[in-house]
Write a protein that binds this ligand. Structure first.
Ligand code: LLP
Length: 417
């Protein structure tokens, strides 16, 4: 048995018990060193100035993490005016933000235009709407390369069954609308889906996408999207995404294309999970232990409002157990348990039939790979408070980077009586 958090010295000079005492649970804990390493991996995905990586803020929008991304040379993609707003507050200049819009209102388009951000439109009607309010403007179009990939149907965003993007057969229509409104299509973008460990579909999509790029004369950039996976089963020895060989294949494809066609464009990608997932864990406390019809339920304060991925996609997250601040290996034995949260839903299950070290009330559970789509998908369901976020800095010391919700936050939006 191995411990990811011990191997990486995830908690710096602290341990889960101290963190739980100081900040309460549930609490998201991030490690700055790991986050920055992953950011550098992506910033240097393709060598040379003709490449930028856009951090996908939907993954984790904590202000401190965004500022790290800015420092590490990443640009950012935004999916909503709220994301544009927060990115600007974090210090991203307008040229470093790309708005990948989906089914937006004219007001939202206007907001992004006023902020000076390049917008990608993802349907013909939205392109036309953009043309009407911004004749002569510059924009990008999201295309569907016809190939999708991802860990669940719900996160596959290209191919035959998806609400996203414009089909390649509609490229003549894109050109017609662009001509009618005098629009300059300066970029095309795609995103085939989220979490692939086998890069082949992505590379195939890139090759195809570059063929599509030839149908546009004035492109300044071609954005391949994100989706690079991380090993969620790392405690069982799952290997990481093979970045080195992926990078080598990608470089060959883009340099061959550039040489063959003499086109000068900036290549972009939009990684999210790869950057944020492994640099974040979620700590929770075991509040009860019970047996119902032969199943041992370990009841925790990690409800589906805090981490929704297992309930939403049946996602697997490795779990480490700590007692008195010390990692529990399997020396005291293991048992098969179902780890659940404190939300009024039978589907509020974090880990089903999981073999874990013998767990007692008061133990701290550490859910791995929770830095991506963890806090960003939290809710106040059951009027539960969204947790705090803590960063273990490069000096090994923890600091609060987002406070826990308060009870007052739950009524803050209501009109005064
Ligand atoms: N670009 C676009 C246009 C996207 O829609 C996404 C993710 C990304 C980039 C970043 O993808 P990543 O590199 O993180 O895979 N909530 C789901 C994932 C949904 C992804 C949505 N789009 C999950 O927890 O698995």
């Amino acid at each position: 048995m191995i411990s990811y958090t011990s191997n990486t010295q995830f908690f710096g000079h602290s341990n889960p018990k101290e963190l739980a005492e100081k900040f309460g649970t549930p609490v998201y804990v991030y490690n700055e060193k790991i986050l920055r390493e992953k950011m550098r991996d992506m910033a240097q995905l393709i060598s040379g100035p003709s490449f930028t990586a856009n951090y996908s803020i939907k993954t984790n929008a904590n202000m401190s993490i965004l500022q790290m991304a800015l420092e590490e040379g990443l640009n950012a993609d935004a999916m909503s005016p709220g994301e544009i707003y927060v990115l600007k507050k974090a210090g991203f200049p307008k040229e470093r933000i790309f708005y990948v819009s989906n089914n937006v209102s004219s007001g939202e388009l206007q907001y992004a235009m006023d902020e000076g951000v390049v917008i990608s439109l993802d349907s013909l009607s939205q392109l036309e709407r953009f043309g009407k309010i911004n004749r002569g403007g510059r924009c990008a179009v999201r295309l569907n390369p016809g190939i999708g990939a991802g860990h669940h149907d719900k996160v596959i965003t290209a191919g035959k069954k998806t609400k996203f993007a414009v089909s390649e057969s509609d490229i003549p229509e894109i050109r017609r609308i662009a001509a009618e409104y005098d629009l300059q299509i300066i970029g095309i973008n795609q995103h085939i889906g989220s979490l692939f460990m086998d890069p082949s579909p992505f590379l195939l999509a890139v090759e195809h996408f570059l063929e599509l790029a030839l149908k546009f004369e004035n492109l300044e950039f071609v954005d391949f999207g994100g989706g690079f996976g991380i090993p969620y089963h790392k405690l069982e020895g799952e290997l990481p995404f093979d970045l080195q060989s992926f990078r080598a294949s990608l470089e060959v494809i883009v340099s061959t294309w550039t040489q063959r066609y003499g086109r000068k464009v900036v290549f972009k990608s939009e990684p999210g999970r790869y950057i944020a997932a492994e640099g974040g864990v979620l700590l929770g406390t075991v509040q009860s232990n019970k047996v119902n019809s032969g199943v041992i339920y370990v009841g925790t304060d990690i409800g589906m409002n805090v981490l929704v991925r297992p309930s939403m996609y049946d996602s697997w997250h490795d779990v480490e157990v700590f007692r008195d601040g010390v990692w529990m290996d399997d020396r005291l034995g293991t048992q098969k348990v179902t780890v659940v949260g404190n939300i009024c839903e039978s589907g509020d299950i974090l880990a089903k039939d999981r073999e874990l070290p013998m767990i007692s009330e008061g133990d701290i559970l550490c859910v791995l790979d929770a830095g991506a789509y963890g806090y960003s998908m939290c809710s106040n369901y059951n009027n539960r408070l969204r947790p705090a976020e803590v960063l273990i800095g490069l000096n090994g010391e923890p600091r609060l980077i987002r406070r826990r919700d308060t009870l007052e936050d739950l009524i803050a939006g209501f009109p005064e009586n």
